[in-house]
Write a protein that binds this ligand. Structure first.
Ligand code: HEM
Ligand SMILES: CC(C)=CCC/C(C)=C/CC/C(C)=C/COP(=O)(O)OP(=O)(O)O
Length: 317
């Protein structure tokens, strides 16, 4: 009986340790990063992605993002302790020691690099590694605590998974790859600043110079508005002049863009309204997810057949 209790306690502790390491990787953000990788892979492969390559690239991307986030958790443990939203993360709550977390992060990065080099290619591996380095050095160390433009420039790290996907399929980077990168890059300010408007006080408390803290809500919603317009305009360039996507993607991108612009417009006229900011933040996630799924669906051979059939029918009429 006593033995059973002891082994149950060991079991619980083991599960808690696993859970703490899992939390260090900020796992809720990773699926969307992978969806941008997938969108890019499908366009690059013209709708026919090798399932093994897909699996390897997703795994490599996951490991790289997890490594980057873990190092960010180590570095930011001081401010994470002071903010309500982040106080219960494994580092500030003392569940994982910095040294152990660092070993974990390095192991993840090495695994990611090896996996991508062996089963995808060196360019994909180098890009993923540069994503980690950029996120840690440029965003976390250099900009986050020092500039209102922290997430604009730092946001480039979050756009790198799209490049990884393209590189994994083709071994090179093309204009379309850079355009998908640009779409995620330009989308990041509306995504993050909408959230920053909601949790401005938390950032102010720890002295992080997020735009709403330093320049106020009015200036922030104006910036969100401009970035929203440029993001939507950028999504169209994949159709024309790059011709990497067709009508199905165009319809999806324009419909999503219209909603994104409408919500951003509402925030522009209600800069102090938290529910409006929250709505835009939540929509930004659906927007990126559906846009990338639109890229995938558009690129499928079946979609091309259907579109051609419809066009032929229209010609006959
Ligand atoms: C520098 C750029 C970025 C910053 C500063 C940022 C910041 C944040 C923050 C602070 C949250 C709230 C998370 C929480 O409550 O713990 C969040 C949520 C989220 N972010 Fe971002 N983000 C950035 C870029 C991205 C990118 C590139 C993606 C994916 C393409 C992304 C996907 C998400 C998702 C899916 C959520 C919701 C997670 C949930 O359900 O809780 N973010 N972001
Ligand atoms: C290819 C590759 C490895 C890319 C990795 C890039 C990456 C991890 C991007 C995510 C960006 C992000 C969610 C930042 C959170 O900001 P924060 O850490 O300031 O948020 P917090 O206030 O919640 O700590």
């Amino acid at each position: 009986m006593i033995e059973t209790n002891v082994s149950r306690r060991h079991h619980e502790t083991f599960l808690q340790v696993i859970q703490s390491y899992y939390q260090l990787t900020k796992p809720r953000i990773i699926p969307l990063l992978l969806i941008t990788t997938a969108g890019s892979m499908w366009i690059a492969a013209q709708g026919q992605v090798d399932p093994v390559l897909l699996l390897v690239t997703m795994a490599g991307g996951t490991l790289a993002a997890a490594s980057a986030q873990t190092i960010n958790c180590i570095y930011d443990r001081d401010i994470d302790y002071d903010m309500e939203r982040t106080r219960h993360r494994p580092m500030p709550s003392g569940k994982v020691q910095p040294r152990d977390a660092l070993i974990f992060a390095i192991a993840l990065a090495v695994l990611s690099f090896t996996l991508l080099t062996v089963f995808a290619n060196l360019l994909a591996a180098i890009l993923a590694l540069s994503g980690i380095i950029f996120y840690v050095l440029v965003y976390t160390h250099w900009l986050k605590r020092h500039s209102t433009q922290n997430i604009v420039i730092g946001g480039a790290a979050g756009a790198i998974p799209a490049l990884v996907g393209w590189a994994a399929v083709t071994g090179t980077l093309s204009w379309s790859a850079w355009l998908i990168f640009a779409i995620v890059f330009l989308w990041t300010p509306p995504h993050f600043w909408a959230l920053a408007l909601m949790i401005r006080d938390d950032y102010a408390k720890v002295g992080i110079p997020m735009l709403p803290v330093v320049e106020g809500n009015q200036a922030t919603v104006k910036q969100i508005w401009y970035y929203t317009l440029i993001t939507v305009a950028a999504t169209v360039l994949l159709v024309y002049p790059l011709q990497s996507c067709g009508v199905v993607y165009a319809a999806i991108a324009l419909s999503l863009g219209a909603v994104f612009i409408r919500k951003s417009w509402r925030l522009l006229h209600n800069p102090e309204d938290r529910p409006t900011a929250r709505e835009l933040f939540l929509f930004s996630i659906s927007y990126m997810m559906l846009l990338c799924l639109g890229m995938v669906v558009d690129s499928l051979p079946l979609t091309h057949h259907l579109v051609n059939a419809v066009v032929n029918q229209l010609h006959l009429v």
